[in-house]
Design a protein around this ligand. Sequence first.
Ligand code: AMP
Length: 401
Amino acid sequence: MKNLSFQFKKVLVRVDFNVPVDKQYHITDDTRIQAALPTLNHILEQGGALILLSHFGRPDEKRKEDGSIDVARFTMRHLVDHLSKVLGRPVQFCDELTGEKPAKMAAALLPGEVLLMENTRFLPGEKKGSEELAKEWAALADLYVNDAFGAAHRAHASTTTVAKFFGPDAKSFGYLMEEEVKSGKRILEHPDRPLTAIIGGAKVSDKILLLERLLNLADTIIVGGGMAYTFMKAQGGTIGNSLVEDDRLELAAELIKKAADRGVKFLLPEDSIIADQFSNEANHKTADSNAVPDGWMGLDIGPKACKAFTEAILASKTILWNGPMGVFEMPNYATGTKTIAEAVAKATQNGAFSLVGGGDSVAAINLLHLQDQISFVSTGGGAMLELLEGKELPGVAAMIK
Ligand code: AMP
């Protein structure tokens, strides 16, 4: 970004404005818009004009009964007022993605002006990575900036193909994208040690590649959340009605063995908060995670696990956290996730680098208002997960090629 001159330039910026909205289309969480502001404001302050492209929801999957796109529901127009407010200037809206209308509107833009384009996913060419579509979008602008980290793992027309039509001196990552990639690479390539990875969430199957990768990278792996019970069962524990993936038992045992062979500490929750129903109002108590009685299920890590995990976290210099420790959406099972979040915040305060990303742990951090106490909270769930798994992200690769 710093090497590009934006003055008098029209800049096509791919942002990730896929924000949650309520039934009246009011934005309920504008984190993604806020995260793009440093890039957008920089370009505007330098005297550039913005042409913004983003997807919003899944219009191609949630079609109307007659099979057509539900424009009223998925239009980017819902974002215009809010965007005008946060940018402190009017935002023009173009309800067509190709043809004369966007070409004319883009050509007429003056420095400091902003044009928001309609939802990129209204056109099938977006997901197909269409060259024709990308070329048409590229023709609207002099420069291309990609700040949509959340969509960087998709080889779509606006995230990847379009970059082809700009030379190396006419395209750049935005500030958010740069921070995201730098933070992920810091973990993968030059972490201060000890490096502790905290992996939670519902399923082992979603995190296999990440766990495999971490076995070659981390000093300590902490496993919590629903996925911990598959590991418990794999070691011969009784887990009652806890979440389990019976087809992953062998894999779980193998991961534990590999960790031991490589000298990686593999911490599972010694105890759990167990409940007799999947409900906040259910009877609940503490039990050993490998001795959950029939009819009961583990819904959070217990006090001994909280203590052991906190100690490991506080002894770390680099921390990666992906996935909650329990059903944190229900207050009675949120203590484990809250305790771990606070430990990560404290370790960060003591000088550790912490990255929270790739799943529901970001929601947990936001719920606890700890965003400012973590070194970096990723905005890109799936994209960060893939980056940490060691995959090449097409949206990143296209900018460098
Ligand atoms: P993920 O998207 O993989 O990060 O998983 C997050 C989901 O896992 C959250 O909705 C949690 O409620 C859920 N979860 C965490 N721990 C448990 C558990 N012990 N049993 C069932 N679900 C859980």
